[in-house]
Design a protein around this ligand. Structure first.
Ligand code: NAD
Length: 497
């Protein structure tokens, strides 16, 4: 099956079958392909080509650049099913979510096409007669993209679609766990480039198949003015100072530890459904996964009972086959989950679920039942992002305490409140409310739309991707003052003669 999907997506057999690095599906641990990891020399060559491609692409008018992204979106529409299946196969999320990821790529392309006619600058009043000032936005350079396994295609597209219309070339280092998805996206973009014509330079977009060493080479190279890196806080802690040391820019999209405050006035039917999707979806492997439920003591027992009933009915199995929860990415993820649960057990927490499933059917696939862990306080274990389906449940009595708990973690990605009390809702999204990049009311913390800026504060890295005015991150701002008079007045009235 892999051959027929890859063929339809336009990936040449050599690229994914003749290498020395085995790519495995988390579904059953079997090999999907063999890719070649690129070393220092290959990366160096690619950076040089990206620089050349940038020099040509920046001259193409922005609305014309938008046309390339429009054609790419058409390729994605035509191949949504195949690419969605590949996402599911390579990273293990259920097919509905695999397809959703491709839809997100299409959505950001549509946004970027419109944006290509709206790279607006300002005109600014000059204090000098016969002068005008304006602000121009220019292409930035080759953009280095480093991505995580759990969203193998959409975050690349959030960056790529905007970076392309902004006049930049792309160098993508995908996760070593999901290189095939990257090869497929690249093949679809190359098809769009063929249709587009000669003004798209050949090396406008390149994929670097490699591990963290390849990522580090991008991070340290001064020819790459912007590194956009998605992954763990550990990775961001290494990347950020290295990019800063060469005065490069970075967009960091790192770990989250997202909470829901569940108030007594909330619509509990809605809340339970929201908890289920955001705590259990993608087998707890979303950066925006709900990890902490801060529930009012008066409804705590009822909510936990309802959740246990809902969790007991979750269908766990092959993500291609209509189950709700697929596998964890690998054995390491499973061990990290078990070690977090063991620590919780030792601390006296009440644990529901968390066991391995289907080990007989898939000895090399790591399926687990999502866990509910009732704890008395928010300690270091709860403050840490364990990238697995563990939902910590804690009680509160006073809304201000709940808000303080929401914010009392090192990460600051997503958050939400379920309430019908307008004071609580508005406080949550106010300056004294949630300290996260995303704060929702009566919606779970995961499943963002592309129209808003996506990202978070504190150890989540501070970056923003996707909608709003994020396009500005992929351009350099220039202030222009033009003198169309015959005099040379100086600013601030300075006399210099
Ligand atoms: P990871 O940090 O292990 O790897 C992410 C990427 O960084 C990979 O491509 C890897 O090769 C590369 N990398 C690792 N160390 C590097 C280094 N020193 N220099 C350069 N590149 C390096 O993350 P993962 O396990 O693939 O993904 C899961 C993590 O990503 C979770 O913490 C999750 O919350 C986070 N994540 C965040 C977002 C977001 O938007 N905030 C989105 C998805 C995932």
């Amino acid at each position: 099956m892999i051959d027929s999907i890859m063929k339809r997506l336009g990936v040449s057999h050599d690229l994914y079958q003749n290498g020395n690095y085995t790519v495995r599906t988390p579904i059953d641990g079997s090999a999907m392909g063999q890719v070649s990891l690129e070393g220092a020399e290959a990366v160096e060559e690619r950076i040089a080509k990206a620089q050349q491609a940038f020099e040509a692409w920046r001259k193409v008018p922005a609305p014309r650049r938008g046309e390339l992204v429009r054609l790419f979106a058409q390729q994605l529409r035509d191949h949504k099913e195949d690419l969605g299946r590949l996402v599911t196969w390579e990273c293990g999320k259920i097919l509905q979510e695999g397809l959703g990821e491709v839809q997100e790529m299409i959505d950001i392309c549509d946004l970027a096409v419109g944006q290509s006619r709206q790279l607006y600058g300002l005109t600014i009043a000059s204090e000098r007669p016969g002068h005008h000032m304006r602000e121009s936005w220019h292409p930035l350079g080759p953009i280095g993209l480093i991505t995580a396994f759990n969203f193998p295609v959409a975050p690349w597209a959030w960056n790529a679609a905007l970076a392309l219309v902004c006049g930049n070339s792309l160098l993508w280092k995908p996760s070593e766990k999901t290189p095939l998805c990257a090869l497929a996206c690249q093949a679809l973009l190359e098809r769009a480039m063929e249709e587009f014509g000669d003004d798209a330079p050949k090396d406008l977009s390149q994929v670097i198949i490699g591990d963290r060493d390849a990522g580090e080479r991008l991070v340290d190279d001064p020819r790459i003015p912007l590194i956009s890196a998605t992954g763990s806080t550990r990775m961001g802690r290494e990347v950020a100072p290295r990019v800063a040391a060469r005065f490069g820019r970075s967009i960091l999209e790192l770990g989250g530890n997202n909470a829901m405050i569940l108030a007594p006035s909330a619509d509990l039917d809605m809340a339970v459904r929201a908890i289920l999707f955001s705590a259990v979806g993608t087998a707890g492997q979303r950066c925006t996964t709900l990890r902490r439920l801060i529930v009012h003591e008066s409804i705590r027992d009822e909510v936990v009972d309802r959740l246990k009933k809902a969790y007991a009915g979750i269908r766990i199995g092959d993500p291609m086959e209509g189950y709700l929860v697929g596998p964890l990415i690998d054995s390491q993820a499973y061990e990290q989950m078990q070690s977090a649960l063991e620590r919780a057990r030792q601390q006296g927490a009440k644990i529901f679920g968390g066991e391995r499933h289907l080990a007989d059917t898939y000895p090399d696939g790591y399926y687990v039942s999502p866990a509910i862990v009732e704890v008395e306080q928010q300690d270091d274990l709860v403050r840490h992002e364990t990238f697995a389906p563990i939902l910590y449940v804690m009680g509160y009595r006073d809304f201000d305490d709940a808000l303080a708990m929401n914010n009392d973690v090192p990460q600051g990605l997503s958050s939400c409140v379920f309430t019908t009390d307008v004071r609580e809702a508005e406080t949550f999204v106010s300056a004294v409310g949630s300290d996260c990049g995303i704060a929702n009311v009566n919606i779970g913390p995961s499943g963002a739309e592309i129209g808003g800026a996506f990202g978070g504060e504190k150890e989540t890295g501070g970056g923003r991707e996707s909608g709003s005015d994020v396009w500005k991150s992929y351009m350099r701002r220039q202030t222009n003052t033009v003198n169309y008079s015959r005099e040379l007045p100086l600013a601030q009235g300075i006399k210099f003669d």
